[in-house]
Design a binder for this molecule. Structure first.
Ligand code: GLU
Length: 454
């Protein structure tokens, strides 16, 4: 087979949402999987609704997600220009081509596609392979995801409006022809357009590409489609919330596709290796913010320590949790226990601020929990203090100290954990406690415990 050529063809009429990102991603994955080309084409023929700001968001978001295109705006390629607004001459010529064949005619100032017309031998050949048409209808599309889909296209339709502007169906098909697109991977909302597109291919006498309509993304609760107003719908949101782009990309892959081995958090190389269009689900996907957050946490955890530190340092500097004097070694020590527990880089400053100041803000909920069921956190810390003062400052020794004080007072060692954690950090959760005490150091830990117990 000739080289796979797929395209992502957004209209810059709104923000870049996860549905668009997922469509772009599936195209990109398929191109990488097959060693083909991934083309970005901007469908900006609707002058009123297009904006440069939206265009910039598309480019920025795609690059942020690591979805670089092989041909398209800012990159070039042999089949440009890649903005439909710059291809008007071509569309007019292609209209003339159909008119000359008797497949387009003018009525009421608009140009229409004539459905019944001379078929070419090439198209008939293709028809035998992939499509059937029984007289006027129905036409059967063999969709790579949906399987056989029957549609009836029994009326001529407008391809150029009376104001001289070509309609979406026409430019979409002309460009898929001119850009030698082999596979059209797009949202299921376009399934209903496909019979028109097939009629256009037929009129041009060109073999159509293979189609793959990928399932809708439903909102977290209820039957509705995820809309751009729903929380979590815009890619920009994840940028602002400091999600890892690789994690967002990983999660997007799971909206309509499952890796064969069921392992859901995996590196992009592995996703590319496994990705198959035929394995894309027919049923709708459902957006799940908790799962997205889980994938992000898991991806953070899997980062090499040096990479995690390189991401963390500027965030901590910006939020003034640290200043430039904090050494890489000290930071690495702290991050070493934080990395496996923090769920998002966004939380890093509040998660680890207490390592650098005793003047932290205690968490009210955590405080309330300490005294629930008659707990006496001050008494627990007082019991523990002398034992800790005598302990060597490493994790096994600290663990033994908790066990010893528990045994002496007929309590579980864990009864001491929450009071101690709160006393040294003001928090109800966080990194592994013994690690926190070790990294915080003997002097700081004991000073904070004493001031809590005073
Ligand atoms: N411009 C169309 C859209 O944004 C693209 C349709 C297609 O991929 O064929 O939905």
């Amino acid at each position: 087979m000739s080289q796979v050529r797929v395209r992502f063809a957004p209209s810059p009429t709104g923000f870049f949402h996860i549905g668009s990102a997922r469509t772009a991603l599936f195209n990109g994955l398929y191109a990488r999987h097959t060693g083909g080309k991934f083309i970005l084409r901007i469908e900006d023929t609707d002058k009123e609704r297009n904006s440069d700001a939206f265009l910039k968001v598309i480019f920025d978001s795609m690059r942020w997600l690591g979805m670089d295109w092989d041909e398209g705006p800012e990159v070039g390629g042999d089949y440009g220009p890649y903005f439909q607004s710059q291809r008007t001459g071509l569309y007019k010529a292609k209209l003339q081509e159909l008119a000359a064949k008797g497949r387009a005619y003018e009525k009421d100032g608009a140009w229409w596609l004539r459905l019944e017309g001379a078929r070419t031998a090439a198209y008939d050949e293709h028809l035998k392979k992939d499509y059937e048409k029984v007289d006027a209808a129905p036409m059967v599309l063999h969709d790579l995801v949906r399987g056989q889909v029957a549609r009836v296209e029994d009326r001529d339709f407008v391809i150029f409006r009376s104001n001289g502007e070509p309609v979406f169906h026409f430019v979409n098909v002309v460009d898929d022809i001119e850009m030698r697109i082999t596979h059209v991977i797009r949202g299921e909302d376009h399934l209903s357009n496909t019979s028109k597109h097939l009629e256009l291919f037929k009129a041009f006498g060109v073999e159509p590409p293979k189609y793959a309509h990928i399932p809708l993304i439903l909102k977290t609760d209820g039957p509705g489609k995820m809309s751009k107003r729903d929380k979590g719908a815009l890619i920009e949101e994840y940028q602002q919330r400091r999600y890892l782009p690789s994690a967002v990309r990983n999660y997007l892959c799971l909206l309509g596709w499952t890796p064969a081995d069921g392992k859901e958090v995996l590196p992009i190389e592995e996703i590319i290796r496994q990705f198959e269009i035929s394995a894309v689900h027919q049923s709708n996907a459902r957006f799940d913010e908790r799962k997205m957050s889980h994938v992000n946490a898991q991806t953070l955890r899997n980062l090499p320590a040096a990479e995690f530190a390189a991401l963390a340092r500027p965030i901590l500097l910006e939020s003034k949790v640290i200043d430039a004097s904090v050494s890489d070694a000290r930071l690495a020590e702290i991050l070493g226990i934080v990395q496996e527990k923090v769920v998002s880089l966004e939380h890093l400053p509040e998660f680890m601020g207490f390592f650098f100041t005793a003047d932290f803000k205690p968490d009210e909920g955590a405080k309330a929990n300490l005294t629930k069921k008659g707990g006496d956190p001050v008494a627990r810390v007082r019991e523990l203090l002398p034992v800790l003062e005598a302990a060597a400052w490493n994790e096994p020794a600290l663990e033994a100290a908790f066990a010893a004080v528990g045994a002496a007072h007929e309590r579980k060692p864990t009864d001491y954990f929450a009071p101690v954690r709160f006393a040294v950090s003001g928090q109800g959760g966080g990194a592994h406690l013994l690690g926190v005490l070790r990294v915080l150091g003997r002097d700081t830990t004991l000073a904070r415990l004493k001031s809590f117990a005073a």
